[in-house]
Structures are given as C-alpha cells and as structure tokens.
Design a protein around this ligand. Structure first.
Ligand SMILES: [Zn+2]
Length: 146
C-alpha cells in the first residue's frame, strides 16, 4: 500500500550492530536518540566507529527532542520503481536536528504531510514514527505548523 508523498517502508527488521542498535531500540518507543562522543561532545549520526573530530571511540546515547530544520531537500517526481508510482511526488530531505551541532548529525528522511510545492529550506519539522514491526519504527519528518 502506498500513498502520495510517503516513501513506503521497505524494511521491517533493522540490520543492527553496536553503533546502530540503540537507535532502533529507541525507535520502537518513539524516542529519537543519537550517539555523542564522550570525549569532545560531537554528535555523529549515523555513527562511524571513531569520532571525526577527535578520533575517540566511545559514545553515549542522548535523547533528542525530535525536532529540527530542513537543511536541504529534493522533490522526487519520477518513480524509480513501480512501488513508488503512487508515492510521487514526495520530498526527500536532510534535517538538521535540534540539540546537536548540526553537520555530522543530520538525518536524511522523507518529509511527509507537506505541500511539496511550498516546502522550503529552513522549515521547522518534527519526527513521526511508523511502527513496521515489534523491533522497528521507520522515521519520517513533517512540518510543524507555524
Ligand atoms: Zn570526539
């Protein structure tokens, strides 16, 4: 099933490791968490094995408010597969997350419940979750009404 503006969830089970498992476990509780370097405080999401600022390995998982700002986006108008025939046009965006330093902790996500013709960089958005299984909730963002 598909609806216009919504990129359908494909996965129902996250493929996890130590650097991603906390994110997906929190998703089921509709909590957005991100790894923060315990040495320099830099958020890195998704998490590389070492900090790109100080090369430290250890992180602590911090809950974020789940809000942010559209940093960039594109509107997909041509379906690249049949499963997207009803989804186009949809917005694929990069969201700068509140509570982080920005670069290095941005999320790429479908922006839903928006008019793709008026969406703009700088719009405020909030995360929304879709429970696709007992182990995973997919994330998207939607505009926060002004
Ligand atoms: Zn660091």
């Amino acid at each position: 099933m598909s609806e216009q503006g919504v990129f359908p969830s494909i996965l129902t089970q996250p493929s996890t490791d130590d650097l991603s498992r906390p994110f997906w476990e929190a998703s089921v509780a509709e909590r957005l968490v991100a790894p923060r370097c315990t040495n320099c405080g830099t958020f890195r999401l998704p998490a590389p094995p070492i900090c790109f600022v100080c090369q430290h390995r250890d992180v602590e998982w911090v809950e974020l408010p789940g809000t942010g700002t559209v940093y960039s986006f594109t509107i997909v108008r041509h379906p690249l597969s049949k499963m997207l025939n009803e989804a186009v046009p949809y917005a694929a965006g990069i969201v700068e997350l509140d509570g982080t330093q920005g670069a290095g902790a941005r999320m790429i996500a479908n922006i839903v419940e928006c008019d793709v013709e008026t969406l703009k960089i700088g719009d405020r958005v909030e995360i929304v979750w879709e429970h696709v299984s007992d182990e995973m909730a997919a994330f998207r963002f939607r505009p926060i009404p002004a």
